[in-house]
Write a protein that binds this ligand. Structure first.
Ligand code: FES
Ligand SMILES: [Fe+2]
Length: 478
C-alpha cells in the first residue's frame, strides 16, 4: 500500500508562470520578501539548455506547521518508526556494481533487521533475511563473496538462490522438511545502479514507490558512475537530525561561511509534490552571493569564492579573472569545462552549465539523498542507531569514468575523534561535511532543552523537512 498523502493547494511562491519558452526569462511571481535570484531565471539564461525536469518546478508547498522536537529523541517514537515505517519502505541497501559476480553479497543492517543481497548465477539479485534457519546466526557478518550460503556456526548450507543444500546430522532434525527449508526471501529491486530492499511483501513496487522521480532522472545515468569512496560515521544524534542538515541550504551562510559569497543560499528552489510522498528535491545555483551578505560581494569575489574551494587549479591565475563581458557564472562555466576535462578526462563541452556548477539533490524517503549533477557527485544514507540519539551517516561519492569501469573504492570507517576533513578521499567535500557534522550533537542536545518542544520550520526553504515528516506520519498512523 502506498502511504496516504493529503494534497494541498498551497502555491509554490517561486514557480514560474509557464515552464515553456526557453530561453526567455520567466520573472516568476512570488509572495515572499527577498529572493534576489530566481533559479528558473538563471537556468533559462544558461547557454546550454538544462535537463528538462529542472525547468519544471513544483507548484506545491506542504502546509506550514511546527514539528515536535520529541520526534527526534523519544524512545517511543523511535520504536514506532522501527515497527511501522522501516518495516514497510524501500531502503537503499547497496550499489549494484559492488556485487558484480555470482556469489557477491551485501550485508544490509538497519533498524534491528539484517538482510543479505546476493548476486545470482544468472546475474539477477535475490535478497534474504540474514538469519540462519537453524538457531539464527547471521549467515554473513560482512560484505563477502562465496559460492554458497553456509552458516559459520554449524554449517547449515543453502545455495545462492536460497534453496536448502545441506544439513549436518540431518538424522537429528526430523522436524525439518527440506522442501520447506529455503531461506525466506526479501523483496529486492534496483534503479540506476542503486539496490533497494523492502521487508513488506505488500508494499508497492519500487517503480511505483519512486513515482515520477525516475522520469525526472532520464538525463542522469548512474550506470555510468563508479563508487569512488564510502565514508561511514557514527554520530550521536537522531538519524533525522543528520538528514535534516542536508535537505535545505538555509544553513549555508552560518555553517559554511566560505560558500556564502558564491551561492544565493536562501533562494534555492525546493520541489515537493502533493502526489509524490517518496521523493523531493532542491536545486541550488552558484554564481551570485548569499542575500545575507552585506555589502554584496562583486562578481570577482564570487568567482574567487568558488575557485578557491572547488577549482583551486584556477584560483589566482589569469584564467581565474573575469573576462570582458563575463559574469561570475559564465566564468565558472568556462573554468569548470577545462578543469573537469583535465581532472576526469571527460569532454564536458556540451554539458549544461547547471550540471557543471549547481547542486541538485534528491531525497528518496526515508533515508537516501543523491545528487545527480557532476558538480556535487554525492550521496548520503542515514540509518538509526540502537537508540534515538545515535545514527550512522554514510557519504558515498559516485564519479563518472571513461572506458572500462574502475573498481569500487574503499569503505572508510571513521574512528572516534577522527574528522571528515581528515579523509583525503573526500577532497574538498571533507571540510564542508565536517562543518555540517559539527552542528549535529548540539542539535540533538538543544532539541531536548527546548522550552516549547517545537521546531519552527520555514514555509518554503525547509518544506522538504515538513514533507517527509508528513509522509512519516502517514506510515505511523496506519
Ligand atoms: S546457527 Fe546456523 S548452523 Fe547453527
Ligand atoms: Fe551543509
Amino acid at each position: 500500500m502506498a502511504a496516504d498523502f493529503e494534497p494541498d493547494q498551497t502555491t509554490n511562491p517561486k514557480a514560474p508562470a509557464s515552464a515553456a519558452g526557453f530561453p526567455e526569462p520567466t520573472h516568476p511571481p512570488h509572495h515572499l520578501e527577498g529572493p534576489s535570484v530566481h533559479v528558473q531565471d538563471v537556468l533559462r539564461h544558461d547557454p546550454i539548455r538544462p535537463p528538462e525536469t529542472l525547468l519544471e518546478p513544483s507548484d506545491y508547498v506542504p502546509p506550514a506547521r511546527p514539528i515536535e522536537a520529541s520526534r527526534y529523541y523519544s524512545p517511543e517514537f523511535h520504536q514506532q518508526e522501527v515497527e511501522k515505517m522501516w518495516s514497510r519502505v524501500w531502503q537503499y541497501a547497496g550499489w549494484a556494481y559492488d556485487v558484480p559476480n555470482p556469489g557477491d553479497i551485501i550485508v544490509y543492517r538497519n533498524a534491528g533487521q539484517s538482510v543479505i543481497v546476493v548476486r545470482q548465477r544468472d546475474g539477477s539479485l535475490k535478497a534474504f533475511r540474514n538469519s540462519c534457519l537453524h538457531r539464527g546466526r547471521e549467515l554473513c557478518g560482512a560484505d563477502t563473496s562465496q559460492a554458497q550460503l553456509r552458516c559459520p556456526y554449524h554449517a547449515f548450507t543453502w545455495s545462492l538462490d536460497g534453496t536448502s543444500k545441506w544439513i549436518p546430522a540431518a538424522w537429528d532434525f526430523p522436524q525439518i522438511d527440506r522442501a520447506n527449508f529455503n531461506l525466506p526471501e526479501v523483496r529486492v529491486d534496483q534503479w540506476n545502479g542503486f539496490i533497494f530492499i523492502n521487508l513488506d511483501d505488500d508494499a508497492p513496487s519500487l517503480a511505483t514507490y519512486l513515482g515520477k522521480m525516475t522520469k525526472q532522472w532520464e538525463d542522469w545515468d548512474f550506470n555510468k558512475r563508479f563508487r569512488a569512496v564510502t565514508v561511514v560515521k557514527e554520530i550521536n544524534c537522531n538519524w533525522k537530525t543528520a538528514l535534516d542538515a542536508f535537505i535545505e541550504t538555509l544553513h549555508v551562510y552560518a555553517t559554511h561561511p566560505e560558500a556564502a559569497p558564491l551561492t544565493p543560499d536562501t533562494d534555492s528552489q525546493y520541489d515537493v509534490y502533493s502526489d509524490e510522498p517518496h521523493f523531493s528535491r532542491f536545486h541550488s545555483i552558484v554564481g551570485s552571493p548569499s542575500p545575507n551578505i552585506d555589502p554584496k560581494p562583486n562578481q570577482q569575489d564570487v568567482l574567487d569564492a568558488y575557485t578557491s574551494v572547488y577549482l583551486p587549479e584556477t584560483f589566482g591565475t589569469p584564467e581565474g579573472e573575469l573576462r570582458e563581458g563575463e559574469n561570475a557564472r559564465a566564468a565558472l562555466a568556462r573554468l569548470a569545462r577545462d578543469v573537469y576535462k583535465d581532472r576526469l578526462g571527460l569532454d564536458v563541452t556540451d554539458m549544461p552549465v547547471t550540471e557543471l556548477l549547481d547542486g541538485t539533490e534528491y531525497m528518496v524517503f526515508p533515508h537516501f539523498l543523491v545528487w545527480p549533477s557532476l558538480a556535487n557527485p554525492l550521496s548520503y544514507r542515514f540509518r538509526p542507531g540502537a537508540t534515538p540519539d545515535s545514527c550512522t551517516w554514510e557519504t558515498f561519492i559516485f564519479m563518472p569514468f571513461q572506458g572500462e569501469r574502475p573498481p569500487s573504492g574503499p569503505v572508510i570507517h571513521l574512528q572516534p575523534g577522527q574528522k571528515l576533513s581528515d579523509i583525503a578521499e573526500l577532497g574538498y567535500v571533507g571540510p564542508i561535511l565536517q562543518q555540517d557534522a559539527d552542528n549535529l550533537e548540539f542539535m540533538q542536545n538543544g532539541m531536548k532543552a527546548s522550552a516549547s518542544g517545537l521546531l519552527q520550520i520555514s514555509r518554503y526553504q525547509e518544506s522538504r523537512i515538513r514533507h517527509y515528516h508528513d509522509v512519516l506520519e502517514s506510515y505511523l498512523s496506519r
